[in-house]
Ligand binder design. Structure first.
Ligand code: TXA
Ligand code: MG
Length: 336
C-alpha cells in the first residue's frame, strides 16, 4: 500500500492517508472470506465484489453503491466449467457464445438454479453470469470456493471506473481494498445477452461489437431501454453520467459555436479542434481506432468532469462496431 500526505492549509500539519489500492491477492481472499466487499479489476470496468452466498456482503454492495434492490447483479465465475452450478439450462447458442467469448466481456442471462440467492437476481428466475478476462481476477476467483457478485464499482448512475484510482475516489471511506489491475483494457461494460425460447436477444450493447456476435449466432435483436422491456431492469435511460452538464452532438463545430460564451470541455472521437474557450479537449483515438476509443472513454469523462467546466460537448461516433456501444453510453450519459 502507498501512503500519502495532504497539507492542511490552516494548521500546517500533514494529514496522512492510506491508499486502499493494493495487489495483495491473499488479503483480497481473506477479506472476501470474511464477507467483506472489495473492488476487483476486470477487462471492462472495475467491479464491487462480494460472495454471492453471503447476504451480508451482497446487501453491503447495494448499500455502498446506493443501488436499488430491483436491479440484479452479475455473477462472476472462474471458467465455463462452473456454469452448470449457476444455471439450469444452457441453450445451444448460449454455449456457442460462451465458448467464443469467455473469458471476456460477454454476460449471459439464463434460468437460474434454486441455490442462487434472490438478492443477487432481484427475485428474478434468471441470473446474469460471466467469466471476466483479467489475470488478477481470474487468479482470485480460482482461490475462492464461491462466485463473486459484482456490479460496476461506481455509485448508482455515475461514470463507471476503469482505473483503481477512480474506485478509490468514489469509495475510500466505504471499502477496505481495491485490487490494482491497471487500466481496464476494453473500457466499457460487457455485452449482455438474454434468451427467449432459446433465441438470443441483446439487453445491453457492450465491449463486444454487435457484428462479432452476429457472426456466431446470426441476426440478433437489441432491446436496450427499460421502457421496452422489464427483462433488463438496469438499463435506465440516465446512466454513466458526469455531474457537469454534458451534451452529445454529430456536429462538434456547430455545438461549440452555440456555446461560445462558456468554459467548454470537448470529447472528440479523432479530431482536434481549436478554440479560445476550449479549456480541456480529449480525443478518444487520434487514429480513429474504436477499440482504443472504448478503452479511453470513461477515464476521459472522469477527467473532463473534474476540470471545472460549464459544459462538456461529446461527439457521436460512427454508428457501427464498438462505435455503436460507445454511442449507447454517451446517449445515457447525456440524458437529463
Ligand atoms: O462489464 C460488466 O458487466 C461489469 C463488470 C464488473 O463485470 N459489470 C456491470 O455490472 O456492468 P452492472 O451491475 O453495472 O450492470 C449489470 C447489468 C444491470 O443493468 C442489470 O440490470 C443487468 O446487468 N442484469 C443483471 N442480472 C440480470 C437478469 N437476471 N436479467 C436481466 N438483466 C440483468
Ligand atoms: Mg453499472
Amino acid at each position: 500500500m502507498v501512503g500519502g500526505a495532504l497539507k492542511h492549509h490552516f494548521f500546517e500539519v500533514d494529514l496522512y492517508f492510506m491508499s486502499i489500492i493494493s495487489k495483495d491477492i491473499s488479503r483480497a481472499v481473506e477479506l472476501l472470506n470474511a464477507e467483506e466487499v472489495i473492488a476487483i479489476p476486470t477487462e471492462t470496468v472495475y467491479g464491487l465484489a462480494g460472495n454471492i452466498y453471503s447476504e451480508k456482503a451482497i446487501k453491503a454492495i447495494f448499500e455502498i453503491k446506493k443501488r436499488p434492490f430491483y436491479n440484479p447483479l452479475i455473477v462472476h465465475i472462474a471458467s465455463i466449467d462452473y456454469l452448470d452450478k449457476i444455471v439450469k439450462h444452457v441453450p445451444v447458442k448460449a454455449k456457442l457464445l460462451a465458448e467464443n467469448f469467455w473469458p471476456g466481456p460477454l454476460t449471459l442471462v439464463l434460468k437460474k438454479k434454486d441455490t442462487i440467492p434472490d438478492l443477487i437476481t432481484a427475485g428474478k428466475n434468471t441470473v446474469a453470469v460471466r467469466v471476466p478476462n483479467h489475470p488478477l481476477s481470474l487468479k482470485l476467483l480460482e482461490q475462492l470456493s464461491y462466485p463473486l457478485g459484482a456490479p460496476s464499482a461506481n455509485p448508482f448512475s455515475t461514470i463507471s471506473p476503469t482505473k483503481a484510482e477512480h474506485v478509490e475516489n468514489y469509495f475510500i471511506n466505504s471499502i477496505k481494498m481495491v485490487i490494482d489491475g491497471g487500466p481496464s483494457k476494453s473500457g466499457i461494460e460487457s455485452t449482455i445477452i438474454g434468451f427467449v425460447d432459446d433465441e438470443p436477444i441483446i439487453y445491453r450493447l457492450g465491449s463486444i461489437p454487435l457484428e462479432a456476435i452476429s457472426k456466431i449466432v446470426g441476426n440478433i435483436k437489441i432491446i436496450n431501454n427499460q421502457s421496452e422491456t422489464p427483462e433488463a431492469p438496469g438499463m435506465l435511460e440516465r446512466h454513466y453520467a458526469p455531474i457537469t452538464n454534458t451534451i452529445l452532438t454529430d456536429n462538434l463545430l456547430k455545438a461549440i459555436s452555440q456555446h461560445s460564451e462558456r468554459k467548454l470541455g470537448i470529447l472528440s472521437f479523432k479530431s482536434k479542434i481549436e478554440g479560445s474557450n476550449i479549456k480541456l479537449q480529449i480525443t478518444l483515438s487520434e487514429n480513429g481506432n474504436m477499440k482504443e476509443a472504448a478503452s479511453n472513454l470513461y477515464d476521459a469523462l472522469h477527467k473532463l468532469d473534474k476540470a471545472d467546466l460549464d459544459i462538456i460537448i461529446a461527439e457521436r461516433l460512427p454508428d457501427y462496431g464498438l462505435g455503436k456501444s460507445i454511442n449507447d453510453r454517451l446517449e445515457r450519459a447525456t440524458k437529463l
